[in-house]
Design a protein around this ligand. Structure first.
Ligand code: NAI
Ligand code: MG
Length: 356
């Protein structure tokens, strides 16, 4: 029997509530399949941990996590701990420390979710964003000079390396080829004459190796308009850290909101574990009430299944979410329902169908 070891970091606020449902779904899939199991180890890291210990995670946290096949994260962040600390000392530490340079964010409007775009058929909203996840505008390079003075200066430098740009673009081409879909690059070469022209040039170079993949390239401002007016143009999308961060929130709004949006942080070489998470935060406004929507977290469980090579089960999880949405009987308040987080988790499990 194959055993997949998963490190679970439930985190803060609604994190533990939604993670419970994702773990339940994964356990049920393993039961239904019978050829593999999951072993879950829990780590109490996050803002509560910070309040007690003055740090977001153990000093040897990355050494501990290194031994796992995947990391399953709820959400971190809570009032009282500055967001730049919770982000940099846990999430980004893991993303960067484990070279998780691919951020995968599916944007697919499932049946049962209202379509925010009245002029666009729902099946046209179906894309996969591949966001560079380790460098670019979020590399953390810069300085803050002459603090508090009249001549104060803040510098936030984008860092684009040939290695970094080439590998994310190559990953995207491979994915487009695998799925038989087009690949769109989003950048801003007109205004950023160094980094983004560099990006565009590498995109063209790598494209030469993939003559079978249909390509497009847009400026980020035009792309934001087209995502609303004509989302069908976008199938597989590759873009920088900053642009990807912003555009995928726009995408999340097209596909049912934060309650459904999932993201995987992948180290494709599997030198280090990859991390799977809902993209929403800890939602302090509804934490502790048992009403958070677990669908984003369950969706990221489907990404874990895909990552381990069980794509059929990954699909099965999405279909079970979709059936739950279409039936409309068991939904959380953000989707106009009155059910609890655990009810929705149970309903998704009921909607799973045994394959093979
Ligand atoms: P948020 O995503 O936590 O919440 C935004 C709004 O969406 C809130 O009204 C919340 O109730 C709602 N919402 C979010 N997830 C939901 C779910 N599963 N079901 C139903 N409603 C949901 O973003 P916010 O409020 O800006 O940040 C709260 C904290 O979370 C901050 O400390 C922030 O730094 C942190 N955060 C952490 C992230 C992570 O761990 N990956 C990502 C985003 C924010
Ligand atoms: Mg974001």
């Amino acid at each position: 029997m194959k055993v997949h070891k998963i490190a679970v970091i439930p985190g803060d606020g609604i994190g533990p509530e939604v993670i419970d449902e994702g773990v339940k779904v994964l356990q049920r899939i393993a039961e239904l399949d019978g050829s593999f199991t999951f072993e879950f180890d829990y780590f109490p890291w996050g803002c509560e941990y910070y309040a007690k210990n003055g740090k977001m995670m153990d000093d040897n946290g990355l050494d501990i996590l290194k031994n796992y096949d995947a990391i399953y994260l709820g959400a971190v962040g809570f009032p009282g701990v500055p967001d730049h600390i919770s982000l940099w000392d846990l999430l980004l530490k893991i993303r960067k420390g484990f070279d998780q340079y691919v951020n995968l964010r599916p944007i697919k409007l499932l049946n049962g979710i209202p379509n925010a775009l009245s002029n666009v058929p729902r099946e046209n909203i179906d894309m996969l964003f591949i966001r560079e996840n380790t460098e670019g505008e979020y590399a953390g390079a810069g300085d803050w000079l002459n603090k508090g003075r009249e001549d104060e200066i803040a510098l936030q430098t984008g860092v684009f390396t040939r290695k970094g740009v080439e590998r994310i673009i190559r990953y995207a081409f491979e994915e487009a080829r695998k799925q038989g879909k087009s690949l769109t690059s989003i950048s801003k070469g007109n205004a950023m004459q160094y980094s983004m022209v560099f990006w565009d040039q590498i995109f063209e170079e790598v494209a030469n190796e993939y003559p079978d993949v249909k390509i497009d390239s847009y400026l980020v401002d035009a792309a934001s308009m087209l995502l609303i007016k004509d989302p069908k143009r976008f199938e597989i999308v590759v873009t920088t850290n900053l642009f990807g961060d912003i555009l995928t929130d726009l995408g999340a709004a097209l596909a049912g909101g934060l309650g459904l949006a999932a993201g995987a942080n992948v180290n494709p070489e599997k030198t280090f574990p990859s991390m799977f998470e809902p993209i929403h935060g800890s939602a302090p406004d509804i934490a502790g009430q048992g009403i958070a929507n677990p669908m984003a977290t369950v969706w990221s469980a489907s990404q874990i299944l895909d990552f381990f090579g069980y794509e059929q089960w990954g699909n099965q999880v999405i279909q079970a979410i979709e059936k739950t949405l279409v039936d409309k009987k068991v939904l959380t308040p953000d989707l106009e329902g009155s059910s609890t987080t655990a009810d929705v988790g149970d309903e998704i499990i009921n909607n799973l169908v045994k394959i093979k």
